[in-house]
Design a protein around this ligand. Structure first.
Ligand code: SF4
Ligand code: MG
Length: 467
């Protein structure tokens, strides 16, 4: 991607590479088609998806966009098969209803971090629009440069013709065999309320559909074109409506077709952001941990640490994982706490290994640290003690009663000596000193970089000094 920098390269690492010029491409940037030369449309005979997909392609060709500047994001449903038909543009296939959110994310990255060269086109059905409705509202509110082509055939075609939120009154579907009785969503009115700049409603066979879609794509902000069509497989069975009468699909009213709104009054999210926060990037550099110590791990070990919320249990577990990584090992961490973040228990499971870790669960824990009664109770209810073996080391605060189990129990004055906020860290440190798998120097290294470094270094000095 030209001049787009590393971030977009990463974001689109899985997407299609720009294609070599094909027979249909007279030169770079002036393609006649973005569809594969031998594209085989998978849709049922007569399905409106054929027309709309060709119109999307024609709209792109009309705009003469270089393929690498086009990002097509498809949703679930029969229309989700379009990705494979295109040749050249980047394509993403997403989960149901989330295509608009994916496209909005790509567009925000492109507009803030790169050169805003991408044009994002979302291909979504009425089922996806129903499931991901708030993503459409949000994209319109943000005014990201995303064009949504909504293939509205008033039902879920792929899954058997069920009713959608877009089904007209009286519409017969698999789930409304006597006709729909719930008024449909008017997506145009809804998105007008969310300040969308470009809104249009067309039918699949409109001769100027491609022109409308190209105007939408050219619009420098959020745009949506709702295209009415029929699912020939399911809509024709119980309904008398036919493709040439789609403007009459809503009982009692004739749909107004065409561009409903075309206003570039609002600036796009990227423009506003860059003006408001010049020079700021929306990214945080990832922390790179460089191995600089040796570990003595002979096998994968699982450490379960539990205590009371707010007493640094999970941050202590994170330090253990960090120590392992800077000692040349791999580490995973899984945290658990009740819905209420600041009360009750706090628990972490850390797996350490020289090898890649593909399974992050701990069946027989090698080390268990019970820093408080809250933590002990939670581990008890999760069956942690019942899963210990003769080689399991259990470090527990003196205040708790460890249930009878197979592991070796060591009671220590963690809370009294190191205070509640230092209990988990002191327990971890003691266990690592006893097992000898990670160097204490690495703990000092990590502790020295923490905000509470003085407190942590003093705990290390105490624990290591008590050998
Ligand atoms: S099931 Fe319906 S929507 Fe799907 S391809 Fe066939 S006609 Fe089109
Ligand atoms: Mg549908």
């Amino acid at each position: 991607m030209k001049n787009n920098g590393t971030v977009m390269t990463e974001v689109l690492a899985q997407s299609n590479k720009p294609a070599e010029p094909s027979k249909d491409q007279s030169s770079h940037g002036t393609r006649k088609t973005y569809l594969k030369v031998d594209a085989k449309f998978p849709f049922c005979k007569g399905c409106g998806h054929h027309h709309i997909t060709h119109a999307v392609n024609d709209a792109l060709a009309k705009l003469k966009l270089p393929p690498e500047h086009i990002n097509i994001v498809s949703d679930i449903g029969c229309i989700g098969l379009v990705d494979a038909l295109f040749d050249g543009p980047h394509t993403f296939h997403t989960t149901h209803g989330r295509s608009t959110a994916f496209a909005a994310g790509v567009e925000i990255a492109d507009s803030i971090l790169a050169d805003s060269a991408l044009k994002n086109v979302v291909i979504i059905g009425d089922g996806g629009a129903m499931i991901g409705l708030l993503h459409l509202v949000n994209a319109a509110q943000l005014n990201v440069d995303v064009t949504v082509v909504l293939y509205n055939n008033f039902l879920f075609g792929m899954t058997g013709g069920q009713n959608s939120s877009f089904s007209p009154m009286d519409f017969v579907t698999a789930t409304t065999p006597k006709g729909n009785i719930i008024p449909p969503i008017d997506i145009i009115t809804l998105l007008e309320g969310a300040n969308a700049g470009f809104l249009a409603r067309k039918t699949a066979t409109d001769h100027d559909l491609a022109d409308t879609i190209s105007d939408a794509i050219a619009h420098p902000g959020f745009a949506l074109v709702e295209v009415l069509e029929l699912c020939t497989e399911y809509a024709l069975r119980g309904n008398s409506i036919r493709g040439n009468k789609l403007a009459e699909i809503y009982p009692g009213k004739v749909v107004e077709l065409g561009v409903v709104k075309n206003s570039a009054e609002r600036r796009s999210f990227g423009e506003v952001y860059k003006e408001k926060f010049p020079g700021e990037k929306m990214t945080k550099s990832p922390t790179v941990l460089t191995p600089r110590y040796e570990n003595s791990l002979e096998k994968k070990i699982g450490v379960i640490i539990a205590g009371t919320a707010g007493e640094r249990v999970q941050s202590s577990a994170y330090m253990l994982a960090e120590v392992a990584v800077i000692s040349g090992a791999n580490a995973t961490q899984k945290n658990d706490n009740p819905v209420t973040q600041g009360s009750g228990f706090s628990l972490s499971e850390v797996v350490l290994s020289r090898q890649d870790i593909f399974y992050t669960g701990i069946e027989i824990p090698d080390v268990v640290v019970a820093a408080s009664e809250d933590g002990l109770k939670e581990m008890e209810s999760q069956g942690v003690f019942a899963r210990t073996g003769p080689d399991s080391l259990i470090i527990a605060d003196e205040s708790v009663t460890v249930p009878v189990c197979a592991g070796r129990i060591m009671k220590l004055s963690l809370r009294r000596k190191y205070l509640p906020a230092g209990a988990a860290f002191a327990g971890i440190l003691t266990a690592m000193k006893l097992t000898g798998v990670l160097p204490m120097l690495a703990f000092q290294d990590v502790a020295a970089k923490q905000k509470r470094s003085a407190e942590l270094l003093s705990i290390i000095e105490n624990v290591v000094g008590n050998e």
